[in-house]
Every structure is written in structure tokens, then in C-alpha cells.
Design a protein around this ligand. Structure first.
Ligand code: A3P
Length: 328
């Protein structure tokens, strides 16, 4: 290949090794070869990478957890952007190709992670992404990861409602029962795709397996998203402990808002600041028949999740115990 000009050489190389087309961003400050090619004003002591990440999945209460964690005085989070709002969606997503500088710019300039300080981000798209665990590990292998799980049947229905609220034509055309009944052979391909988006992220053990390839079990905290919704204070205590934060009293920071029907942050003058309209939407409950058929659909996944949780020494969420007792 020596006689080739560099551009042709590059093309030939990636034809031969197509898997290497996507770069893998590592921490430049822990690799002497990278340090050598960084510009002289790149200051490694100011490199602020997150030491904690809420990885999702979507529709489990991840935004509530993000908002509650941000109330802690020792915690800083990523800044919002105009496209994906509070989520950088870097690992496993399109933004990954924007490069490391782009990711670093998602965090406040003055953020530091010394002592009992936490710098974190939340992107609920990471959980079921095939590439996110590997890409995240290449950059922040020491980070602590938080995974928030609810009954996957409820998650599936919440996703369907999310698509209705976003006026997705397929969700508007078909009932949830019709979406669940879709098959791979359906002429309406988008119907099958919507079914997959409802169902696939809820196969929790399958996705967790991939995270465990890259992170040891003690770097992962499984949060019960249903408990976070109904009784957030003990959950926030567990989260603080896991992150090594000085314990603050979340009873003083969170208050149930009757109108919203959810816990919200305390604001001045005995008021509360709740999440926006898109979080905690009001819609018809799922109905007994669909609840049962989804419980059956997820039974094997839930059994596998329970086995994994027991083996890893994590705490079993109450909703999971209830699902397994119901169908045993
Ligand atoms: P619904 O809108 O379907 O009720 P995520 O932030 O991961 O997308 O999750 C959204 C879900 O968080 C909401 O789904 C809601 O049920 C749940 N949730 C839990 N605690 C909440 C809170 N304090 N405020 C609003 N929504 C909350």
C-alpha cells in the first residue's frame, strides 16, 4: 500500500476494516501518545469528565431522578442543549461523531470532581444502545452508573403514550393492543418498529448483560423507579450513599404536589417546582387484559433479571418481586 496517496490509503484501509470507521474516544490524558498530539493549551488538570451517569432506560422516571439529584449541593450536571435538552445522548448516538471536545462542552466550565463532588449526566438512550457500554467504558471506565427500572409493561405503555403525545401517525392510527399484536411480517413496517420500541428496552436482563461486560457490578446501582415515584426520599438516600455524597435530607427538598400527582422540588413560599407536562402525563390506565398479556410476555425476561440481581447482590425492586409472585 506504500505507493498510495494518504486519502486513497484511508479509503482502502476502511474498506478492509469497516468496523474501525467509527472512532473510539478514550481519555486523552491517560494516554501518552494522545498527550503528545494535544495542543499545548490543553490542560489535563481541568479535564472535567463525569464520574456518574444515569443511563436510563427511557420512561422509567429518569428525568425525575436527574432533577432530584441536581438539588444536592455537591452535584453538578451537564448543561442543556437545544436539540436533546437535558440529555447529551453522546455514547451510542449520532453526537458521538461530534468528538470529545463536543462532549466536554456539555459540562459547565468550572465543574470539578474532587473529593465528595459528583459531576453527572443523564441520557436515557444509553441503556439499550448496543454501542454505549463499550464507548462509555473507553472514556469513563471509573464512572458509577445508575439504572432505573420500572415494570417493563408500564414502560412499554408509557412509551406508546409518549408517541401519541408526539403525534406519531402510527401510534395515532393503532391502539396499544394492535401495536402489541404486530408481527415482523406486517406490511406496515412502522407498526412493527413501534412495537419494538415499546417492548425491546424492557428486556432489562439482556441489556444489563452488555453493561456488565464493561462495568463491574459494584459500579452499577439499580434504582426502583416505581419507589422513586411513590416514596422518593429513601431512594435518594441510596443514591447519595452509592455516589459517596454527604447525606442531605431530601424530606426538606421534595414535596408531593396533589395537582400534579407526583413529588416535585420544594420552591420558595411553600410552592413546588414540578417536571414539565411531558413527564407524568395523564392517560387511561392500560386495562387488565393487556396488563396480563404483557406480564406473560416479559415473564422470562423478569425471571432472568431476578436471577441476575440476586447473583450480583443488588436489591430486588418491589415491582419485580410482585410480578414474579403473581405469575408463579
Ligand atoms: P408518564 O408520563 O408515562 O407517566 P422519563 O423521565 O424516564 O422519560 O420517565 C417519565 C416517567 O417518569 C413518567 O411517565 C412518570 O410516570 C415518571 N415519574 C416518576 N416520578 C416522577 C415525578 N416526580 N414527576 C413526573 N414524572 C415522574
Amino acid at each position: 500500500l506504500k505507493w498510495m496517496d494518504p486519502l486513497k490509503m484511508g479509503i482502502a484501509y476502511f474498506q478492509r476494516f469497516p468496523d474501525e470507521r467509527t472512532p473510539v474516544w478514550g481519555n486523552p490524558c491517560s494516554d501518552p501518545r494522545h498527550l503528545e498530539i494535544l495542543s499545548s493549551d490543553f490542560n489535563c488538570s481541568q479535564l472535567a469528565l463525569p464520574n456518574a451517569v444515569i443511563v436510563g432506560p427511557q420512561k422509567t422516571g429518569s428525568t425525575a431522578l436527574y432533577a432530584f439529584l441536581k438539588l444536592h449541593p455537591n452535584v453538578q450536571s451537564n448543561v442543556e442543549n437545544n436539540v436533546t435538552y437535558e440529555e447529551p445522548q453522546f455514547f451510542g448516538g449520532k453526537a458521538y461523531l461530534n468528538g470529545l471536545d463536543w462532549y466536554l462542552n456539555q459540562f459547565p466550565f468550572d465543574s470539578g470532581v474532587e473529593g465528595q463532588q459528583v459531576l453527572f449526566e443523564k441520557s436515557a438512550t444509553y441503556f439499550d444502545s448496543p454501542d454505549a457500554p463499550r464507548q462509555m467504558n473507553a472514556l469513563i471506565d471509573e464512572a458509577k452508573l445508575i439504572i432505573i427500572l420500572i415494570n417493563p409493561a408500564k414502560r412499554a405503555y408509557s412509551w406508546y403514550q409518549h408517541m401519541i403525545a408526539h403525534k406519531d401517525p402510527i401510534a395515532l392510527k393503532y391502539s396499544f393492543a394492535q401495536v402489541l399484536a404486530a408481527t415482523d411480517n406486517d406490511s406496515e413496517r412502522k407498526l412493527w418498529k413501534l412495537r419494538q420500541r415499546c417492548i425491546a428496552p424492557g428486556r432489562y436482563a439482556h441489556h444489563l448483560d452488555r453493561w456488565l461486560e464493561y462495568y463491574s457490578p459494584n459500579r452499577l446501582l439499580i434504582v426502583d423507579g416505581e419507589q422513586l415515584k411513590d416514596d422518593p426520599v429513601p431512594v435518594m438516600n441510596d443514591v447519595q450513599q452509592f455516589l459517596g455524597l454527604p447525606l442531605i435530607d431530601y424530606k426538606q427538598l421534595l414535596k408531593f404536589n396533589e395537582h400534579k400527582g407526583f413529588y416535585c422540588s420544594q420552591a420558595e413560599g411553600n410552592k413546588t417546582k414540578c417536571l414539565g407536562k411531558s413527564k407524568g402525563r395523564g392517560y387511561e390506565p392500560m386495562g387488565a387484559e393487556l396488563t396480563d398479556s404483557l406480564a406473560k410476555l416479559y415473564l422470562q425476561d423478569n425471571i432472568a433479571l431476578h436471577k441476575m440481581i440476586t447473583k450480583m447482590g443488588w436489591r430486588t425492586p418491589r415491582w419485580l418481586q410482585e410480578q414474579l409472585v403473581k405469575l408463579s
